[in-house]
Design a protein around this ligand. Structure first.
Ligand code: ADP
Ligand code: MG
Length: 355
Protein backbone atom coordinates (compact mmCIF):
# COMPACT_ATOMS: atom_id res chain seq x y z
CA UNK A 1 0.00 0.00 0.00
CA UNK A 2 1.35 3.39 -0.90
CA UNK A 3 1.38 6.21 1.60
CA UNK A 4 -1.28 8.87 1.32
CA UNK A 5 1.28 11.65 1.03
CA UNK A 6 4.96 11.39 0.34
CA UNK A 7 7.46 14.20 -0.11
CA UNK A 8 10.83 13.04 -1.37
CA UNK A 9 13.73 15.43 -1.12
CA UNK A 10 11.53 18.40 -1.98
CA UNK A 11 13.16 21.81 -2.44
CA UNK A 12 11.13 24.99 -2.93
CA UNK A 13 11.87 28.61 -3.46
CA UNK A 14 10.92 31.94 -4.90
CA UNK A 15 12.93 33.23 -7.83
CA UNK A 16 16.58 32.48 -6.99
CA UNK A 17 16.05 31.99 -3.27
CA UNK A 18 15.64 28.48 -1.85
CA UNK A 19 13.32 28.53 1.17
CA UNK A 20 12.76 24.78 1.72
CA UNK A 21 15.58 22.25 1.25
CA UNK A 22 15.48 18.48 0.73
CA UNK A 23 12.28 17.87 2.68
CA UNK A 24 11.27 14.24 3.21
CA UNK A 25 8.04 13.28 4.91
CA UNK A 26 5.39 10.62 4.73
CA UNK A 27 1.79 10.53 5.94
CA UNK A 28 -0.11 7.25 6.03
CA UNK A 29 -3.86 7.15 5.36
CA UNK A 30 -5.71 8.43 8.42
CA UNK A 31 -2.65 10.16 9.89
CA UNK A 32 -2.66 13.72 11.15
CA UNK A 33 0.70 15.38 10.63
CA UNK A 34 1.74 18.78 11.86
CA UNK A 35 4.49 21.09 10.69
CA UNK A 36 5.66 23.29 13.51
CA UNK A 37 8.22 26.04 13.28
CA UNK A 38 8.95 29.72 13.72
CA UNK A 39 7.36 32.28 11.44
CA UNK A 40 9.02 32.41 8.03
CA UNK A 41 10.51 28.90 8.20
CA UNK A 42 8.61 27.75 5.11
CA UNK A 43 5.46 26.05 6.47
CA UNK A 44 2.97 27.77 4.16
CA UNK A 45 5.28 27.28 1.19
CA UNK A 46 5.26 23.51 1.83
CA UNK A 47 1.44 23.41 2.01
CA UNK A 48 1.14 25.48 -1.17
CA UNK A 49 3.47 23.09 -2.98
CA UNK A 50 1.44 20.07 -1.82
CA UNK A 51 -1.74 21.80 -3.01
CA UNK A 52 -0.17 22.47 -6.41
CA UNK A 53 0.33 26.24 -6.16
CA UNK A 54 4.16 26.15 -6.13
CA UNK A 55 6.42 24.30 -8.58
CA UNK A 56 9.28 22.22 -7.17
CA UNK A 57 12.97 23.10 -7.53
CA UNK A 58 13.87 19.48 -6.78
CA UNK A 59 12.31 16.26 -5.57
CA UNK A 60 8.87 14.75 -5.92
CA UNK A 61 5.45 14.81 -4.26
CA UNK A 62 3.18 11.76 -4.38
CA UNK A 63 -0.47 11.76 -3.43
CA UNK A 64 -2.01 8.31 -2.87
CA UNK A 65 0.75 6.73 -4.91
CA UNK A 66 0.57 9.14 -7.86
CA UNK A 67 3.21 11.70 -8.67
CA UNK A 68 1.52 15.12 -8.57
CA UNK A 69 4.66 17.33 -8.57
CA UNK A 70 8.18 16.97 -9.83
CA UNK A 71 10.55 19.33 -11.59
CA UNK A 72 8.86 20.38 -14.81
CA UNK A 73 5.47 18.89 -13.90
CA UNK A 74 2.90 20.39 -11.51
CA UNK A 75 -0.57 18.86 -11.59
CA UNK A 76 -2.91 21.86 -11.17
CA UNK A 77 -4.62 22.30 -7.77
CA UNK A 78 -8.11 21.57 -9.12
CA UNK A 79 -6.92 18.20 -10.44
CA UNK A 80 -5.68 17.12 -6.98
CA UNK A 81 -8.16 15.81 -4.46
CA UNK A 82 -7.02 18.15 -1.71
CA UNK A 83 -9.08 20.24 0.69
CA UNK A 84 -7.65 23.37 2.26
CA UNK A 85 -8.51 25.46 5.31
CA UNK A 86 -6.69 28.73 5.93
CA UNK A 87 -6.19 30.96 8.92
CA UNK A 88 -8.46 33.76 7.69
CA UNK A 89 -11.66 31.68 7.17
CA UNK A 90 -11.88 32.81 3.52
CA UNK A 91 -15.53 31.87 3.09
CA UNK A 92 -17.21 33.28 0.00
CA UNK A 93 -19.02 36.29 1.47
CA UNK A 94 -21.64 36.40 -1.30
CA UNK A 95 -22.66 32.76 -0.69
CA UNK A 96 -24.75 31.53 2.20
CA UNK A 97 -23.35 28.81 4.44
CA UNK A 98 -25.02 26.13 2.33
CA UNK A 99 -23.54 27.60 -0.85
CA UNK A 100 -20.10 27.65 0.71
CA UNK A 101 -20.24 24.04 1.87
CA UNK A 102 -21.70 22.88 -1.45
CA UNK A 103 -19.15 24.80 -3.51
CA UNK A 104 -17.00 21.78 -4.41
CA UNK A 105 -20.04 19.58 -5.09
CA UNK A 106 -21.20 21.15 -8.36
CA UNK A 107 -21.18 17.80 -10.13
CA UNK A 108 -23.95 16.44 -7.91
CA UNK A 109 -27.69 16.86 -8.46
CA UNK A 110 -29.36 19.62 -6.43
CA UNK A 111 -31.01 17.17 -4.07
CA UNK A 112 -27.88 15.09 -3.54
CA UNK A 113 -25.86 18.25 -2.96
CA UNK A 114 -28.37 19.52 -0.39
CA UNK A 115 -28.21 16.18 1.38
CA UNK A 116 -24.40 16.25 1.52
CA UNK A 117 -24.33 19.87 2.71
CA UNK A 118 -26.76 19.04 5.52
CA UNK A 119 -24.66 16.01 6.45
CA UNK A 120 -21.37 17.96 6.69
CA UNK A 121 -22.96 20.85 8.56
CA UNK A 122 -24.20 18.34 11.11
CA UNK A 123 -20.71 16.78 11.35
CA UNK A 124 -19.16 20.15 12.25
CA UNK A 125 -21.93 21.00 14.71
CA UNK A 126 -23.81 23.54 12.58
CA UNK A 127 -26.88 21.52 11.57
CA UNK A 128 -29.58 23.59 9.89
CA UNK A 129 -27.41 26.68 9.30
CA UNK A 130 -27.59 26.50 5.48
CA UNK A 131 -29.35 29.84 5.07
CA UNK A 132 -27.04 31.91 7.31
CA UNK A 133 -24.59 34.40 5.80
CA UNK A 134 -20.90 34.10 6.73
CA UNK A 135 -20.88 37.53 8.38
CA UNK A 136 -23.64 36.41 10.75
CA UNK A 137 -21.36 33.72 12.22
CA UNK A 138 -18.69 33.89 14.91
CA UNK A 139 -15.06 33.25 13.98
CA UNK A 140 -15.24 29.70 15.34
CA UNK A 141 -18.43 28.99 13.39
CA UNK A 142 -16.91 30.38 10.20
CA UNK A 143 -13.92 28.10 10.67
CA UNK A 144 -16.26 25.11 11.07
CA UNK A 145 -17.98 26.07 7.80
CA UNK A 146 -14.57 26.29 6.10
CA UNK A 147 -13.79 22.83 7.45
CA UNK A 148 -17.11 21.42 6.20
CA UNK A 149 -16.47 22.99 2.79
CA UNK A 150 -13.00 21.40 2.62
CA UNK A 151 -14.24 17.96 3.77
CA UNK A 152 -17.45 17.76 1.72
CA UNK A 153 -15.79 16.67 -1.57
CA UNK A 154 -14.06 13.89 0.46
CA UNK A 155 -10.52 14.86 -0.44
CA UNK A 156 -7.54 12.47 -0.32
CA UNK A 157 -5.81 14.97 1.91
CA UNK A 158 -6.78 17.95 4.01
CA UNK A 159 -4.32 20.83 4.43
CA UNK A 160 -4.85 23.25 7.30
CA UNK A 161 -2.72 26.39 7.52
CA UNK A 162 -2.86 27.87 11.03
CA UNK A 163 -6.64 27.34 10.98
CA UNK A 164 -7.21 28.41 14.56
CA UNK A 165 -4.73 31.24 14.98
CA UNK A 166 -7.32 34.01 14.58
CA UNK A 167 -9.55 32.58 17.29
CA UNK A 168 -9.62 33.29 21.02
CA UNK A 169 -7.16 31.09 22.93
CA UNK A 170 -9.88 29.12 24.78
CA UNK A 171 -11.85 28.50 21.61
CA UNK A 172 -8.64 27.62 19.79
CA UNK A 173 -7.79 24.74 22.13
CA UNK A 174 -11.28 23.28 22.22
CA UNK A 175 -11.80 23.60 18.46
CA UNK A 176 -8.38 22.04 17.77
CA UNK A 177 -9.30 19.02 19.88
CA UNK A 178 -12.75 18.80 18.33
CA UNK A 179 -11.38 18.98 14.80
CA UNK A 180 -8.76 16.31 15.57
CA UNK A 181 -11.50 14.00 16.91
CA UNK A 182 -13.64 14.68 13.87
CA UNK A 183 -10.79 13.99 11.42
CA UNK A 184 -9.97 10.75 13.25
CA UNK A 185 -13.60 9.60 13.24
CA UNK A 186 -13.74 10.19 9.50
CA UNK A 187 -10.34 8.58 8.91
CA UNK A 188 -9.19 11.74 7.12
CA UNK A 189 -5.54 12.29 6.32
CA UNK A 190 -4.46 15.81 7.20
CA UNK A 191 -1.40 18.00 7.36
CA UNK A 192 -1.68 20.94 9.73
CA UNK A 193 0.63 23.91 9.97
CA UNK A 194 0.95 25.85 13.18
CA UNK A 195 3.39 27.71 15.35
CA UNK A 196 1.43 26.65 18.45
CA UNK A 197 2.98 23.66 20.23
CA UNK A 198 -0.15 22.95 22.26
CA UNK A 199 -2.17 22.66 19.08
CA UNK A 200 0.42 20.35 17.53
CA UNK A 201 0.54 18.12 20.62
CA UNK A 202 -3.27 18.04 20.87
CA UNK A 203 -3.82 17.05 17.26
CA UNK A 204 -0.91 15.29 15.63
CA UNK A 205 0.24 11.70 15.19
CA UNK A 206 3.48 13.02 13.74
CA UNK A 207 5.10 16.39 14.24
CA UNK A 208 7.69 17.87 11.93
CA UNK A 209 9.93 20.61 13.26
CA UNK A 210 10.94 22.97 10.49
CA UNK A 211 13.68 25.52 10.92
CA UNK A 212 14.84 27.80 8.12
CA UNK A 213 13.38 25.45 5.51
CA UNK A 214 15.00 22.31 6.88
CA UNK A 215 13.17 19.52 8.63
CA UNK A 216 14.88 18.92 11.97
CA UNK A 217 12.79 15.96 13.07
CA UNK A 218 9.64 14.08 12.03
CA UNK A 219 8.33 11.96 14.87
CA UNK A 220 5.37 11.31 17.19
CA UNK A 221 4.74 14.06 19.78
CA UNK A 222 6.14 11.91 22.61
CA UNK A 223 9.48 11.48 20.83
CA UNK A 224 9.65 15.13 19.81
CA UNK A 225 9.34 16.08 23.47
CA UNK A 226 11.36 13.31 25.11
CA UNK A 227 13.85 12.48 22.35
CA UNK A 228 14.49 15.75 20.50
CA UNK A 229 16.82 15.07 17.58
CA UNK A 230 19.09 18.04 18.19
CA UNK A 231 19.55 21.05 20.45
CA UNK A 232 17.33 23.22 18.21
CA UNK A 233 14.34 20.91 18.68
CA UNK A 234 15.14 20.56 22.39
CA UNK A 235 15.11 24.33 22.80
CA UNK A 236 12.11 24.98 20.55
CA UNK A 237 9.78 22.42 22.16
CA UNK A 238 8.63 22.67 25.73
CA UNK A 239 10.62 24.12 28.55
CA UNK A 240 13.94 23.03 29.91
CA UNK A 241 17.60 23.87 30.25
CA UNK A 242 20.75 22.50 28.69
CA UNK A 243 23.37 21.55 31.26
CA UNK A 244 27.07 21.09 30.48
CA UNK A 245 28.02 17.61 31.63
CA UNK A 246 30.34 14.71 30.89
CA UNK A 247 29.34 11.37 29.37
CA UNK A 248 31.20 8.58 31.14
CA UNK A 249 32.38 5.41 29.43
CA UNK A 250 29.60 3.29 30.99
CA UNK A 251 26.99 5.66 29.61
CA UNK A 252 26.26 7.33 32.94
CA UNK A 253 26.48 11.10 33.00
CA UNK A 254 28.52 13.21 35.37
CA UNK A 255 26.41 16.30 36.02
CA UNK A 256 27.70 19.28 38.01
CA UNK A 257 25.41 18.25 40.88
CA UNK A 258 26.23 14.55 40.79
CA UNK A 259 26.23 11.42 38.74
CA UNK A 260 23.09 10.38 36.89
CA UNK A 261 22.58 6.81 35.73
CA UNK A 262 22.09 6.50 31.99
CA UNK A 263 18.60 5.22 32.53
CA UNK A 264 16.63 2.12 31.91
CA UNK A 265 14.66 3.46 28.97
CA UNK A 266 16.31 2.44 25.70
CA UNK A 267 16.99 5.32 23.34
CA UNK A 268 15.29 5.10 19.96
CA UNK A 269 17.49 3.96 17.07
CA UNK A 270 17.68 7.42 15.59
CA UNK A 271 18.99 8.79 18.87
CA UNK A 272 22.37 7.16 19.51
CA UNK A 273 24.06 8.04 22.77
CA UNK A 274 27.00 10.40 22.25
CA UNK A 275 30.47 8.97 22.92
CA UNK A 276 32.23 9.52 26.24
CA UNK A 277 33.29 13.14 26.59
CA UNK A 278 31.74 16.57 27.00
CA UNK A 279 27.98 16.68 26.40
CA UNK A 280 24.98 18.89 26.90
CA UNK A 281 22.13 17.28 28.77
CA UNK A 282 18.52 18.39 28.44
CA UNK A 283 16.72 18.78 31.77
CA UNK A 284 12.95 19.20 31.43
CA UNK A 285 10.78 20.51 34.28
CA UNK A 286 9.39 16.98 34.62
CA UNK A 287 12.89 15.47 34.96
CA UNK A 288 13.51 17.37 38.19
CA UNK A 289 11.21 15.84 40.78
CA UNK A 290 10.50 17.51 44.07
CA UNK A 291 10.80 14.98 46.91
CA UNK A 292 10.73 16.15 50.53
CA UNK A 293 12.47 12.89 51.55
CA UNK A 294 15.40 13.21 49.16
CA UNK A 295 18.80 13.95 50.69
CA UNK A 296 19.62 16.15 47.69
CA UNK A 297 18.37 19.69 47.87
CA UNK A 298 18.19 22.72 45.62
CA UNK A 299 17.54 26.37 46.33
CA UNK A 300 14.38 28.08 45.07
CA UNK A 301 15.37 31.04 42.86
CA UNK A 302 11.99 31.87 41.31
CA UNK A 303 8.50 30.47 41.21
CA UNK A 304 5.59 30.88 38.83
CA UNK A 305 2.12 29.84 39.99
CA UNK A 306 0.23 27.92 37.32
CA UNK A 307 -2.86 26.79 39.17
CA UNK A 308 -2.45 23.06 39.65
CA UNK A 309 1.32 23.38 39.53
CA UNK A 310 4.13 25.72 40.41
CA UNK A 311 7.04 26.06 38.01
CA UNK A 312 10.10 26.47 40.21
CA UNK A 313 13.45 27.76 38.99
CA UNK A 314 15.97 25.97 41.16
CA UNK A 315 19.68 26.26 41.74
CA UNK A 316 21.19 22.80 42.01
CA UNK A 317 24.63 22.03 43.42
CA UNK A 318 27.36 23.08 41.05
CA UNK A 319 25.46 26.25 40.18
CA UNK A 320 23.15 24.63 37.65
CA UNK A 321 19.76 26.27 37.15
CA UNK A 322 16.89 23.97 36.31
CA UNK A 323 13.11 24.10 36.15
CA UNK A 324 10.82 21.85 38.16
CA UNK A 325 7.08 21.45 37.78
CA UNK A 326 5.63 20.67 41.20
CA UNK A 327 2.03 20.19 42.43
CA UNK A 328 1.09 23.59 43.77
CA UNK A 329 0.28 22.48 47.33
CA UNK A 330 4.07 22.18 47.68
CA UNK A 331 4.40 25.90 48.18
CA UNK A 332 7.99 26.79 49.13
CA UNK A 333 9.42 30.25 49.66
CA UNK A 334 12.02 31.82 47.41
CA UNK A 335 15.44 31.22 48.96
CA UNK A 336 14.43 28.03 50.77
CA UNK A 337 15.96 24.64 49.99
CA UNK A 338 13.77 21.81 48.79
CA UNK A 339 14.49 18.11 48.27
CA UNK A 340 14.90 17.01 44.67
CA UNK A 341 15.53 13.89 42.69
CA UNK A 342 16.56 13.65 39.03
CA UNK A 343 14.27 11.32 37.13
CA UNK A 344 16.89 9.42 35.24
CA UNK A 345 14.76 7.00 33.30
CA UNK A 346 16.08 8.63 30.17
CA UNK A 347 18.92 11.04 29.63
CA UNK A 348 18.88 13.22 26.54
CA UNK A 349 22.46 14.19 25.77
CA UNK A 350 24.05 15.88 22.78
CA UNK A 351 27.75 15.86 22.05
CA UNK A 352 29.01 19.31 23.03
CA UNK A 353 29.86 21.50 20.05
CA UNK A 354 33.64 21.67 19.55
CA UNK A 355 35.04 24.95 20.93
P1 ADP B 1 5.79 30.35 7.27
O1 ADP B 1 4.46 29.90 6.72
O2 ADP B 1 6.53 29.27 7.99
O3 ADP B 1 5.68 31.57 8.11
P2 ADP B 1 6.40 30.97 4.48
O4 ADP B 1 6.34 29.66 3.78
O5 ADP B 1 5.22 31.86 4.34
O6 ADP B 1 6.75 30.73 6.03
O7 ADP B 1 7.68 31.77 3.99
C1 ADP B 1 8.98 31.18 3.90
C2 ADP B 1 9.94 32.18 3.30
O8 ADP B 1 9.58 32.43 1.95
C3 ADP B 1 9.92 33.54 3.99
O9 ADP B 1 11.23 34.02 4.02
C4 ADP B 1 9.06 34.38 3.09
O10 ADP B 1 9.46 35.72 3.16
C5 ADP B 1 9.33 33.80 1.72
N1 ADP B 1 8.15 33.93 0.83
C6 ADP B 1 6.91 33.45 1.09
N2 ADP B 1 6.07 33.69 0.04
C7 ADP B 1 6.81 34.35 -0.90
C8 ADP B 1 6.53 34.87 -2.21
N3 ADP B 1 5.31 34.76 -2.75
N4 ADP B 1 7.55 35.49 -2.87
C9 ADP B 1 8.79 35.57 -2.34
N5 ADP B 1 9.12 35.10 -1.11
C10 ADP B 1 8.16 34.49 -0.39
MG1 MG C 1 2.54 30.60 7.08
Amino acid sequence: MSSQLELRSVSLGYRERTVVSALDLTLERGDIGCLLGPSGCGKTTVLRAIAGFEPLLAGEIQLAGHCVSRVGHTLPPEARRIGMVFQDYALFPHLRVGGNVGFGLHRLSDSERARRVAFWLEVVGLAGMEAAWPHELSGGQQQRVALARALAPEPELLLLDEPFSNLDPELRDSLAREVADLLRERGATALLVTHDQGEAFAMADHIGILEAGRLQQWAPPYDIYHWPANPFVAGFIGEGVMVDAHMLAQGDVQMPFGRVAAGSMPAPDDHPRPPAGPVQVLLRPDDVIHDDDSPHTARVLRKAFRGAQILYTLELDGGVQALALVPSHHDHAIGSRIGIRIAADHVVAFAAAPP
